[in-house]
Structure formats: structure tokens, C-alpha cells
Design a binder for this molecule. Structure first.
Ligand code: KIV
Length: 257
């Protein structure tokens, strides 16, 4: 297991780290071959459940989806998001992180925030729970979905937070919607990898929500690029199925008992 983390660390300044989200076994087993990290993101709250914010996602929902994802992963490092209100203090975080790891057999957990999570992350790492950081736009606490790091103060704080997380021992940090030159500076100043989303090509790796990338989630935001139109493929398949059922071409003898 240790080797998966060191493989990822070794990629810094060498080759890009590939990360994607998965919420189910079926997607996980397709992307696993190509990814370094598969994240069970709490973005599933908006992507699958149509929640207005990720704040409505519960520990149970994360655990059930993660159990499904686990079945599809053979080689990637599997990270599970700790949902909102499950790490309000160190003891709550430790109890819930242990439950996530025990029930889902994931390799690490991800928490949103910097300095304010100092004691929490310290406790998790002291208890041998690998942690991925998340800085910049933090969907669990964000009031607005604007890019971060344009103001001088914000830049200073983000850089400080990144250093704090590195010193605490997180194995990498997701940097969400952070202004490009700041993402570059953070990446340069850290010895651990940065994983960008909307934060430029200068990060050590990239992450996207798989449903966005394959065109299953009709979202239009700057940081998403649609690499396929799976919704269209499904539509075509369903039209064919419907036609064959109506015309009694399906099921054939070979499909029947
Ligand atoms: O919840 C999520 O999917 C995430 C990624 C987009 C980074 O946190």
C-alpha cells in the first residue's frame, strides 16, 4: 500500500497524475486502468442526487457508494471524501475516518480546508490515516462559486494553508479553481503533488468529475471539458431498443427461455 503513495509522490515534476471521480463499480472499473487516484467525491450529492449543495451528503451515502467503487478498483489509489459535518472536531473526524476506511477499504480520505483543520488532520495522520488536502474553492463551505487567489490576502493565505497541509503530512492537495499563477507558485513551493481542477496546467495532476467528462451530467462550467457524449449514446441505444420491442424484433429466440 505504501508503494501506491510513493508512486504518486515520485510523479511530481516527472509525469502528470491522473485522477477522476467514481460513484459506482461500473465506472470505477473502466477508469481504474488509466488513473493514479480514483476519488469518491461528495460531488455525487449534486451530480446524482440533485442536492443544491454537497452539504446534504451523509456519511452513509458516501460509504455505500464507496463500497461499490471499491469493487471496481484494482490498481488506483482510492480516496473518499469526508462529507460535511463529519469532521467538526478531531475526535469526530477520527471516528468517522476510521469508519470510512474500515467499511470501504479505501486508501485515504479527503477533507476540505487548511489552517482551521490543523488539529483534525494532525490527529488523523497521527492515527495512520492517509489524508488528501483540498484548498481553493471549497464546495462544502463556499458561499459563492468564484475562483480563489485573485486578492493579495487570499493568495497569501492559500500559500500558507498549502504549506501547513504539507507540513502536517498530507500526501497531496486538490487545488480547486485557484488562479493559474498562484497554482503554479503553490505547486513549485511544495514537495507533495498538487491536483488541479480549474487551476491550470501547472498543477502536478488533474482531476475531473467523470460524469462531466463523459457528458452524462449536463453541466457547463469553465473547468469542465466534455471528452465524450455518453448521454447521446444512451439515447441512441434506447431508441433502438424501443423500436425493436415495438416491432417485435426483440427479444428473439436466443434471448428467451
Ligand atoms: O467532490 C468531488 O468530486 C471533488 C473533486 C471535484 C475534486 O472534490
Amino acid at each position: 500500500m505504501k508503494s501506491k503513495f510513493s508512486e504518486i509522490l515520485k510523479k511530481k515534476n516527472r509525469s502528470k497524475i491522473i485522477c477522476l471521480t467514481a460513484y459506482s463499480r461500473n465506472i470505477a472499473q473502466i477508469i481504474d486502468k488509466h488513473c493514479d487516484i480514483v476519488l469518491v467525491g461528495d460531488s455525487l450529492g449534486s451530480v446524482l442526487y440533485n442536492y443544491k449543495t454537497t452539504r446534504n451528503v451523509t456519511l452513509d451515502i458516501m460509504i455505500e457508494h464507496s463500497k461499490s467503487v471499491r469493487m471496481g478498483i484494482k490498481k488506483s489509489l482510492m480516496v473518499v471524501d469526508m462529507p460535511h459535518n463529519t469532521y467538526r472536531n478531531s475526535s469526530e473526524a477520527l471516528r468517522n475516518a476510521k469508519a470510512i476506511i474500515l467499511k470501504t477499504k479505501c486508501d485515504a480520505v479527503k477533507l476540505e480546508g487548511g489552517k482551521k483543520l490543523y488539529h483534525t488532520i494532525k490527529t488523523l495522520i497521527k492515527n495512520k490515516i492517509p489524508v488528501m488536502g483540498h484548498l481553493g474553492l471549497l464546495p462544502q463551505s463556499a458561499k459563492s462559486f468564484k475562483a480563489k487567489g485573485r486578492k493579495t490576502n487570499e493568495r497569501k493565505n492559500l500559500l500558507k494553508d498549502a504549506k501547513i497541509l504539507e507540513n502536517l503530512g498530507v500526501f497531496s492537495i486538490v487545488i480547486e479553481c485557484v488562479e493559474s499563477s498562484l497554482a503554479k507558485e503553490i505547486t513549485k513551493k511544495l514537495t507533495i503533488p498538487t491536483i488541479g481542477i480549474g487551476s491550470s496546467v501547472n498543477c502536478d495532476g488533474q482531476i475531473l468529475v467523470t460524469d462531466d467528462l463523459i457528458g452524462l451530467n449536463p453541466i457547463k462550467v469553465r473547468f469542465v471539458k466534455r471528452f465524450a457524449n455518453i448521454a447521446k449514446e444512451i439515447n441512441t441505444a434506447v431508441i433502438k431498443y424501443k423500436g425493436e420491442v415495438k416491432n417485435k424484433k426483440f427479444p428473439k429466440k436466443v434471448n428467451s427461455y
